[in-house]
Ligand binder design. Structure first.
Ligand code: ZN
Length: 205
């Protein structure tokens, strides 16, 4: 997974309706797979350190901290923190301190003298830390907030610099509103310019 894909995944995750009644087992399995790839990368995929936020996440070897054994409630709690982080970032307001629990370490690369920074953390802390590192990196500059009220000011990943709205729906709605406002202003201006009969007569005199 590239850094950009990871950020897009975090945005998608934040927007999911996890609390809906009757979430299908396949949907939960797909979510777990996505979280797993976000944290540790896809099986067999070679990733750069930048794509991993400059660190390697080491899982906590505890049955409760395996993505597969995490219940839906935990994902819902993680989603709340993920939303707070993304919204605070996209609004350019910053975020208050989100507590995490993690262990720092180094992996020594044999015969190179190099060391790779590692973070050993449970799913929640690892997810938030990686998300935080990626947001402040190069790919984070494209995380934006939609100015439309109707979508609830959704966070989105800007596909191009010209994209101002989260979706085509929001872009069309805003454009229609601008056009309506223009035509209202135009008719008000025209109405105020139109001479009334009284004024017409007054000019002749
Ligand atoms: Zn929108």
């Amino acid at each position: 997974m590239q850094a950009e894909q990871r950020i897009k995944f975090a945005i998608e995750f934040a927007g999911m309706n996890l609390a809906k009644v009757g979430m299908r087992p396949q949907e939960l399995a797909a979510l777990k797979d996505g979280i797993s790839q976000f944290l540790y990368g896809a099986r067999g995929e070679v990733e750069s350190f930048a794509d991993r936020g400059g660190i390697i996440i080491m899982p906590v070897l505890n049955q409760d901290e395996l993505v597969d054994s995490w219940p839906l409630e935990n994902f819902i709690e993680l989603q709340k923190d993920c939303r707070r982080m993304l919204t605070g970032f996209a609004h350019k307001l910053g975020i208050a301190s989100l507590p995490i629990s993690a262990g720092f370490g180094f992996l020594a690369l044999p015969n190179t003298g190099w060391h790779i920074p590692t973070i050993t953390a449970g799913i929640r802390s690892a997810f938030l830390m990686l998300c935080w590192l990626l947001l402040v990196g190069e790919s984070g500059v494209r995380v934006r907030i939609c100015p439309e009220d109707a979508c609830g000011h959704r966070v989105f990943y800007q596909a191009s610099r010209r994209q101002k709205y989260c979706s085509r729906n929001c872009a069309v709605r805003a454009s229609m509103r601008r056009m309506r406002n223009k035509s209202v202003v135009k008719s008000v201006v025209e109405f105020s310019r139109k001479p009334t009969k009284k004024h017409g007569k007054a000019r002749k005199v």
